[in-house]
Write a protein that binds this ligand. Structure first.
Ligand code: BEZ
Length: 211
């Protein structure tokens, strides 16, 4: 069955551009973002790997380790990384898993046979410090992902994990958030001392609590 939110992210041992990694051990107490690439030496993937490298400090700030994967072997990845440096101006500063036997791709359901029998789709798995899948997003090979959106989702996941709030449409870090409807007004006054606006009894907005 396909991996779902709340499932334990499958553990694995794999060869990567930074040596052998045991996934859960490597994550330690960090959050993790695992993202798949259909194939080495392909144009969209080349831009994505460069962008992930550029944004690595933003993931670090969020106590989040990032790791890429493609179904090519590590020696191919290592040759490809040179092209990423040359064309994107970025040194890939995170591990990329070599998965020629598709062990990890199959474990995570990254191959969608109706899209391709051999290439992965563009999957993103957000993994919490408890090793549970917190969110997952999937794009076809032809659509490059928006890594600012990946950071935005991570901000929402980390905030809503720590406080009884949810984030509204188009929310970004620093915007007001929604108080969980299950919290009565009296309790909300204690828990959200910056106050809140009630638009409907089920729609109460408060400034982001960790700001
Ligand atoms: C790409 O990265 O450009 C790509 C890879 C596989 C299929 C289609 C596009």
């Amino acid at each position: 069955m396909e991996l779902q939110i709340g499932d334990t992210a499958p553990d694995f041992t794999a060869e990567t551009t930074e040596g052998t990694i045991k996934f859960h051990e490597w994550l330690g107490s960090s959050w993790g973002v695992l993202f798949s690439h259909p194939k080495d030496f392909t144009p969209v993937c080349t831009t994505e790997l460069g962008e992930a490298a550029r944004l690595k400090p933003e993931f670090d700030k969020r106590n989040t380790k990032i790791i890429g994967i493609s179904v090519d072997p590590v020696d191919s990845h290592n040759r490809w990384l040179g092209d990423i440096k040359e064309t994107q101006g970025q040194t890939v500063n995170y591990p990329v898993i070599g998965d020629p036997d598709r062990k990890v791709a199959d474990l995570y359901g990254m191959i969608h046979p109706k899209a391709s029998d051999t290439l992965t789709v563009r999957s993103v798995f957000f993994v919490g410090p408890d090793k549970k899948v917190k969110a997952l997003i999937t794009y076809p090979a032809s659509t490059g992902r928006n890594f600012d959106e990946i950071l935005r989702v991570l901000d929402s996941l980390q905030l809503t994990d720590a406080y009884s709030v949810s984030t509204p449409v188009n929310w970004k870090d620093g915007d007001d958030v929604i108080i969980a409807p299950a919290i009565p007004d009296d309790e909300a006054k204690q828990r959200f001392p910056k106050g809140f606006r009630t638009l409907k009894p089920y729609l109460r907005l408060t400034p982001q609590p960790n700001r």
